[in-house]
Design a protein around this ligand. Structure first.
Ligand code: C2E
Ligand code: SIN
Ligand code: SIN
Ligand code: FE
Ligand code: FE
Length: 375
């Protein structure tokens, strides 16, 4: 009997999606050495933003952290409108126009490209890009083989996204069933998750953060306070200041949150989704303070995971600018003053600066996700 080495065996393993994509790219390279990059961009149908998600290259990627409104990327929009993949066999002569997205997404120094729209149950979810370092390589026969890989990559992406969706849905439903009373509305979560992404994106260069990490912060930050569902009504919904005992109980929402997350991961079989540490760190560390005065662990500075420091700023800023049972909504100006004064003490200075540098986008997010009665 002959031994055969399954080139795609990595896909069977419990590996981050990025590693599976790299293996898939390697295997594809045995057939087609000219393919130098495979990348996935995801579409957020709510904001109509297309953003980079995954690529098989190394980290210093010129296309990292790029996002655009799909409407501002006419060449990609055309692919979607037609519903067909796009082959450009000579990017060197392709009319790039002056759009940044075309230079960055479409060309990026490559000689040829093959771009497919990807769908889940008919819903558009993004694009896969195959980039080559030679012109005229994407012939019909090559394309038909690449298509098989594209669909395999699509399934891997959908699998990961649907696991995260299941988790988010599980959490939302749990919250709804037990707590129609939740004082934090859905729009708080919409806003604070986008502030978190804004901060992470601004800090990407400083901390060498990849798109995958940023996206996970966005996806997981709405779960930061899930432990509040375990806090009794008379405390959670108290119209005034909490007394010491009540505060002690309130603070257990962090630990309760971690317990609930662990239980959800087990019950929904989601433990093998990568980056669950990001989720745990957010739930556990979003009330830690830079000077060690926070809870539950009282850890300081950089020993607080970055994702927790980011979410803390997003959460406090949105808590201040929102109405709570115990307080009125503050103006942005007043909230900015407070988080400035907390920077370096309670909140991470860089994370605060990153938010303040992007106040125009903060205001845009506030306008898009206004408070609604039902939440
Ligand atoms: P939350 O309402 O989402 O607030 C999140 C964090 O934003 C708070 O964490 C705090 O750091 C900041 N924050 C919110 N409002 C204010 C404010 O008016 N002034 C200042 N300086 N900071 C503010 P913290 O304090 O650990 O509280 C965690 C959670 O405990 C809060 O989440 C809220 O659900 C509850 N909570 C805190 N204080 C009170 C209170 O006086 N009454 C009631 N009913 N709940 C409270
Ligand atoms: C990326 O750079 O991470 C993704 C996709 C692209 O825009 O080519
Ligand atoms: C939830 O209760 O479902 C989420 C809690 C929150 O972050 O406000
Ligand atoms: Fe909290
Ligand atoms: Fe919150």
């Amino acid at each position: 009997m002959d031994e055969h080495h399954d080139q795609l065996a990595d896909i069977n393993k419990q590996l981050p999606l990025k590693d599976k994509l790299v293996s898939t790219h390697k295997s594809l390279n045995d057939l087609f050495p000219f393919i130098v990059r495979v990348a996935v961009a995801l579409y957020d149908s709510e904001t109509k933003v297309l953003k980079t998600y995954l690529h098989s290259g190394d980290t210093d990627n010129p296309l990292e952290h790029y996002q655009t409104l799909l409407d501002h990327a006419p060449s990609l929009k055309k692919i979607l409108d037609k519903g067909h993949p796009r082959v450009i066999n000579n990017l060197l002569t392709f009319d790039n126009g002056s759009h940044e997205h075309t230079r960055r997404i479409g060309r990026g120094g490559f000689a040829a490209s093959y771009t497919l729209p990807i769908f889940n149950e008919g819903d558009f979810i993004g694009f896969i890009f195959f980039n080559a370092d030679k012109t005229d390589v994407f012939t019909e026969s090559v394309l038909s083989q690449i298509d098989v890989y594209a669909h395999m990559i699509t399934l891997m992406v959908i699998n990961e996204l649907s696991s995260i969706k299941t988790l988010t849905a599980a959490v939302k439903t749990t919250g709804h069933i037990t707590h129609m009373r939740d004082p934090e509305t859905g729009s708080h979560l919409d806003r604070m998750s986008r502030y978190s992404r804004l901060i992470a994106t601004e800090l990407a260069e400083t901390y060498d953060l990849n798109d995958d990490y940023i996206e996970h912060i966005f996806m997981f930050s709405p779960l930061h306070d899930i432990g509040k569902i375990a806090i009794p009504d008379h405390i959670l919904l108290k119209p005034g200041q909490l007394d010491d005992d009540e505060t002690t109980i309130m603070k257990t929402h962090v630990h309760k949150g971690c317990e609930i997350i662990d239980e959800l991961l087990v019950n929904f079989g989601l433990n093998n989704i990568k980056h669950m540490d990001i989720l745990r760190n957010i739930a556990e560390g979003h009330h830690e303070a830079i000077n060690g005065s926070g809870y539950p662990a009282g850890i300081m500075g950089e020993s607080i995971p970055l994702e927790a420091r980011i979410v803390a700023v997003a959460d406090v800023f949105d808590a201040l600018t929102s109405k709570r049972t115990y307080k009125e909504a503050w103006s942005n100006e007043k909230a900015i003053e407070l988080i400035k004064s907390l920077a370096g003490e309670k909140l991470d200075q860089n994370c605060v600066n990153a938010l303040l540098k992007n106040m125009d986008q903060v205001v845009r997010i506030q306008l898009q996700f206004k408070e609604n009665i039902i939440g």
